[in-house]
Design a protein around this ligand. Structure first.
Ligand code: SAM
Length: 228
């Protein structure tokens, strides 16, 4: 029986990988990775030598048939993204859907699709934000243009915390937009699990003042949590 393992990998610190993820990476027949060079670094750190193939957002659908053929042949295929959990603002969902819906696999061969859970910037940020996350909305990256204003208004009116991913190029723009919408409390988790890890919270105006006083910190990766 073929197997597709969807494996979570570190979001920065290479030690953040589960024993099961490492065993799976060692045992599988092939690894499909969003960026093979990046995943090669992770494999080198754990002395794993494995065939690496590329599967990114642009090739996900095209590669699905190739992967299905491997699964039909009984291979153990691993899917990883650049960081964190595949399918969370990363490729993965369309491949898993294609495998799940493939009639031959379902009826005649039987393929196990398994999750090897681990890090995600979403859960890491919530775990250190100190806010009630019993209910929250995750929107990933906001659209740059179409639909952005509508979504921002929904975020400002949301009765639950909203978690967003943001790039350093757009973080100030986002904070200014949240200030205009009179959002009162925002938490920013930056560079989680890395040397410059930082969690700061305040009004959008306070955070803008912080970044203007420390411009060198407008870099790296950001999770933004907008509180109701
Ligand atoms: N699949 C990933 C996950 O499970 O978190 C998310 C991939 S998404 C393409 C990348 C975005 O996640 C970054 O732009 C940033 O917003 C967030 N992110 C990833 N690593 C992070 C980190 N170490 N600290 C803060 N945010 C991070």
């Amino acid at each position: 029986m073929g197997k597709l393992s969807v494996v979570a990998t570190p979001i920065g610190n290479l030690e953040d990988i589960t024993l099961r993820a490492l065993r799976t990476l060692k045992e599988c027949d092939v690894i499909y990775a969003e960026d093979t060079r990046l995943t090669a670094k992770l494999l080198a750190r754990y002395q794993i030598k494995k065939s690496l193939q590329r599967l990114d957002a642009a090739t996900e659908i095209k590669k699905a048939n190739e992967i299905i053929a491997r699964l039909e042949a009984g291979e153990h295929v691993v899917l990883v993204s650049d960081a964190g959990t595949p399918g969370i603002s990363d490729p993965g969902a369309r491949l898993v859907k294609a495998v799940r819906e493939h009639p031959y696999i379902l009826k005649d061969v039987g393929v196990l699709i398994e999750a090897i859970p681990g890090p995600s910037a979403l859960t890491a940020a919530l775990s250190v934000a100190g806010i009630d996350s019993s209910e929250f909305t995750f929107l990933g990256f906001l659209p740059h243009k179409k639909g952005r204003q509508t979504l921002l208004k929904k975020i400002a009116a949301n009765e639950f915390p909203t978690v967003l991913y943001e790039s350093p190029h757009r973080i100030l723009k986002l904070l200014k937009e949240l200030e205009t919408l009179k959002v009162s409390h925002v938490t920013i988790a930056r560079e989680l699990t890395k040397i410059h890890e930082e969690v700061i919270a305040g009004t959008p105006a306070e955070l803008l003042a912080h970044f203007s006083a420390h411009p060198s910190t407008i870099r790296g990766e950001f999770v933004v949590i907008v509180e109701p």
